[in-house]
Each structure stands twice: as C-alpha cells, then as structure tokens.
Design a protein around this ligand. Structure first.
Ligand SMILES: Cc1cc2nc3c(=O)[nH]c(=O)nc-3n(C[C@H](O)[C@H](O)[C@H](O)COP(=O)(O)OP(=O)(O)OC[C@H]3O[C@@H](n4cnc5c(N)ncnc54)[C@H](O)[C@@H]3O)c2cc1C
Length: 459
C-alpha cells in the first residue's frame, strides 16, 4: 500500500467527531438537519447545507497518480463533485472524499472524432465556454452550469426536451481509478459503459470523461407567465414538443403557472412565437427582478452555452441554497395523470413548495437512468427549507404517484425503499459495481440502502 499524499494547499478537514458520526442516520434520501452545528464548528457540508458529510477529510489531488495513491491507501473513499446533491450519495462516513477541483481541466477536443475529453471535476460552465470557442456544443445542460461533469453524470442529471437524453447519454468513454488504485478505461466497445455512465460514484473515481460534441448552435428563450395549468396539462404533448427544451414552473396547486419556459433552437423550429400561450403572456428581461440570476430571455438569440442553462454561472442558482429538492420521473404516457394527482394534493404540497419544474426527456439505455427505456416526464420540486415537513410529505407523494411507478433523481431527496422493480438493471448494476470495486472502497450507506441491506463489507 502506498503512502498517503495530500495536495500541498489542502489540509485534511475533520468534519465531525467519531461519536457524532456513529449517532447520525440518514433515512433513505430524506433531509438531515444541521441543528447540532454550533458557530465555529469546522464542518464540510453540501451546497444546500442540509447535510454535513460524515467523511473525515476532503482531499484535492493535483494529478491522476495522486488520485491513484490516495485510493490505494484508504479503505473508504468517495469521489466528490461540486456538492450540489441533496442526498448523502457523495458521502463516505469515516472515509475520505476526493475532489478533482485542483486537477487541471485539461480539455482536449477531437474535431475528427466529434468528442471532447476532460477532467470530470470541471464544471459545465468551464467546459461550455471552451467548446463554444471551438465552435462546438453539447446537446443540453441542466438548469445550472455550476455542477461538475463527474457529479452530474453520476446522478443522471438532465435538462429538458422531448428529443434530449440525460447529460450522461453524451458519455463516450470514462477513465476510472478503481479500489486498488488501478486505472481502467471503458468506452463504447464495452458493454459496461451504460452502467458506468450513471455510476453513482460506485465504480471509483472518474479521472477522465469523453463526451460527444456537435456543431455549435444558437438558442432564443421565451418565458410566458400566468399560463393556465389545466389547459397546459390538457395540451401537454403539444406544449412539450413546441420547443427544443420546455419547462413548466410554478405552484402546482395554483390555477396558473409562474413560467412556461421555451428554449428554441434557432433554425430548428419554424413556428413563430405567439404573444400568449394558454393565457400566459410573453415577458422579456425587463420583467425580471433587479439582480436576477437567469440567462438572457426575451427571444434574444445567443450561443447554447449562454442559454441552455436557466441560471448564469456568475450568480447563485435557484434559491441560493435556501431550499431542498426532490424529483420523480414517470413514463410520459402517465404524465398528465401524474400532474393531476399532484394538483389534487395542492393543499398539502403548496405550503412547502417554492416551485415545481416539469420537464420532458427522451428514453435511454443507461442502466440506472430514471429515463431507462421510458420517454419521461420529470416532476421536480424545489422546497422551502422545511426538512421535517418535506420528510413527512415524500412518502405521501410517492404513494399518490405509485400507480405511475415513479423513479427518483439520485441527487435529490426521496423516501422510496425497494427500487428493484423501478430500475430493472439494478441487480446487474450492483453486481458490476462489486466486480469493479472488489474491496468495497466506494461503498457507502446510500449504496447500502440501494442494495436493500444495512451491511457494509470490510476491507
Ligand atoms: C440549485 C440546483 C439546481 C439543480 N438543477 C438540476 C437540474 O436542472 N437537473 C438535474 O437533473 N439535477 C439538478 N440538480 C441536481 C444536481 O445536478 C445533482 O445533484 C448533481 O449530481 C450535482 O453534481 P455535483 O458535481 O455537485 O455532484 P456531487 O453532489 O458532489 O456528487 C454527486 C455524485 O457524483 C459522484 N461523483 C462526483 N464526482 C465524481 C467523479 N469524478 N467520479 C465518479 N463519481 C463522481 C459522487 O460520488 C456522488 O455520488 C440541481 C441541484 C441544485 C442544488
């Protein structure tokens, strides 16, 4: 076993005492509370601060070799992205976390192959800027570009669009540091890639990811406010197909939605832009509050890199962290009914809801993608930071949606227990993860719950 070496600029950070670690239990994907934190405590939290990591240190290696040494030297490890997940998926209680933020981005474009290779600790904001300079693009982005590529693909992060897959569908190859410190490359010639692409951090630390790219394109965004939920639901298929990427945002319990957000790919959709849709009026930037964090709207065309995310990279996204999030994916054919069920629960949901965001996705073949073999409607909830209320509500919502077999977003809060019937390749995934990680270095409580067992293997 090789000696541990820390990046010079980073001392290991003790996050909690051993007793605090032993006492802490996070039920499923549900919120934890940081009430035990006192001013002056040294803690490492996720972005929304609803979770203190129970790992003992965050390491920031500056080379792949250093990642290999760290992994080989530690019995418990988990890769860490930009910490935007709300669940404990990125945690490693008693172990270490490895962040690749100090590893050079090393963005290498291969115009002939139509791919880009990058350190997956890099954010989409950085990658998108560089691709734009090269005249290239990704097909889609999430609502925020602040997240790392490795963290986003691991949890099946997605944007919207009937013809768009989750971000991990662009993955062409991965280099992974496995539990023994060895480096393995997996590309499309391997049947393992559809498992590793949405890998939950269970296969090892990805130190290189190759993504498909396409020629750059321009996008114009239109937002309509106060469209009717009922008539939009009635017309759901047409609305979701009316632009390259469509989002419905607002209080599902209200009669009118806050924003109907259309991202048009210039030159793709021939139709014009009506001034009203389902009673909603088109607005431009002047209608947004001063200091807003959104990318340019009002139909002003711009490069994909500055339109496909809702939030600008230079401003805090969403509610700035004063929030919790949950998301379920249902088969598109149940979309309308699922939305109506949620509307009927408005009196329970609305008091805790900042906004819902409803998006669509194409089906894919990635084993743990919530859109696996199902064109999907994504039912996203951004909650007020009401952890107890949200924790109580999630099983209620999941029971109400049960007929539609909802699949949860891995990075957002959920209560669902046995997920084997929801993810048909879950057993294969766990078997392959165990084969890649024979020492169970990357196993954590989130994996434990996924496997339906509280038992954690020893090294
Ligand atoms: C404000 C906000 C808006 C959001 N909007 C969206 C949205 O539009 N669409 C959507 O789908 N989700 C959205 N999310 C959820 C978010 O995209 C996911 O939680 C995503 O995983 C965050 O990426 P991260 O880099 O922060 O990863 P982390 O939370 O740090 O880690 C997530 C997982 O990735 C693994 N991982 C990280 N790096 C690597 C690596 N190098 N190798 C292997 N595994 C790795 C970790 O081990 C962990 O399992 C949003 C979250 C927030 C806070």
């Amino acid at each position: 076993m090789q000696p541990t070496r820390l990046a010079q600029q980073t001392a290991p950070t003790v996050v909690e005492s051993g007793q605090a670690l032993a006492n802490r239990r996070i039920p499923d994907g549900r919120p934890t509370h940081n009430d035990h934190r006192k001013p002056g405590d040294v803690t490492e939290s996720n972005w929304a601060a609803n979770l203190d990591y129970a790992a003992t240190a965050v390491h920031r290696p500056v080379s792949v070799e250093e990642v290999q040494e760290l992994v080989a030297a530690h019995p418990r490890v988990r890769p860490l992205g930009t910490r935007h997940s709300f669940t404990d998926i990125a945690d490693s209680p008693g172990g270490i976390l490895i962040s690749l933020e100090d590893l050079p981005a090393d963005i290498q474009v291969d115009h002939d192959a139509g791919t880009v290779s990058v350190n997956p600790g890099t954010t989409y904001a950085v990658l998108a800027g560089r691709l734009e300079e090269e005249g290239l693009a990704l097909p889609n982005l999430a609502s925020l570009p602040h997240i790392s590529i490795g963290g986003a693909i691991a949890t099946a992060t997605h944007g919207s669009g009937d013809t768009n897959g989750i971000l991990a569908t662009s993955v062409a190859a991965i280099e992974v540091v496995r539990g023994d410190g060895s480096l393995t490359r997996v590309d499309r010639t391997s049947t393992d890639l559809p498992a590793l692409a949405v890998g939950l951090g269970a296969f090892g630390v990805y130190t290189r990811v190759e993504l498909d790219v396409e020629p750059t394109y321009a996008v114009a965004q239109h937002i309509y406010t106060n469209a009717s939920w009922e008539s939009t639901i009635e017309d759901l298929d047409e609305i979701m197909a009316s632009a390259y990427s469509v989002s419905l945002l607002g209080d599902i319990g209200a009669s009118r939605m806050r924003n109907l957000w259309l991202k048009h790919k210039i030159g793709r959709e021939p139709r014009g832009f009506p001034s009203t849709i389902h009673g909603g009026s088109r607005i431009d930037d002047t209608a947004l509050p001063h200091g807003h964090s959104l990318t340019r709207i009002g139909g002003v065309p711009g490069p994909w890199s500055r339109r496909m995310a809702h939030f600008r990279p230079d401003a805090p996204p969403s509610a700035g962290g004063d929030e919790l999030q949950t998301e379920y994916f249902v088969d598109r054919r149940h979309g309308r009914d699922a939305m109506r069920v949620l509307r009927s629960m408005g009196d329970r949901i609305s008091p805790h809801l900042r906004a819902m965001e409803i998006r669509s996705l194409a089906a894919d073949d990635l084993w743990l993608s919530p859109a696996y073999r199902r064109p999907s409607l994504c039912l996203g909830f951004t909650w007020h930071k009401h952890p107890e209320a949200v924790e109580a509500l999630l099983p209620e919502i999941e029971a109400a949606l049960d007929d539609f077999e909802p699949r949860p977003h891995w990075g957002k809060l959920f209560a669902l227990g046995d997920l084997a019937d929801r993810f048909p390749r879950l057993g294969d995934f766990l078997g392959l993860a165990a084969a890649y990680d024979t020492t169970r270095t990357f196993w954590n409580p989130f994996m434990d719950r996924l496997a339906g067992s509280r038992e954690v293997g020893t090294r």
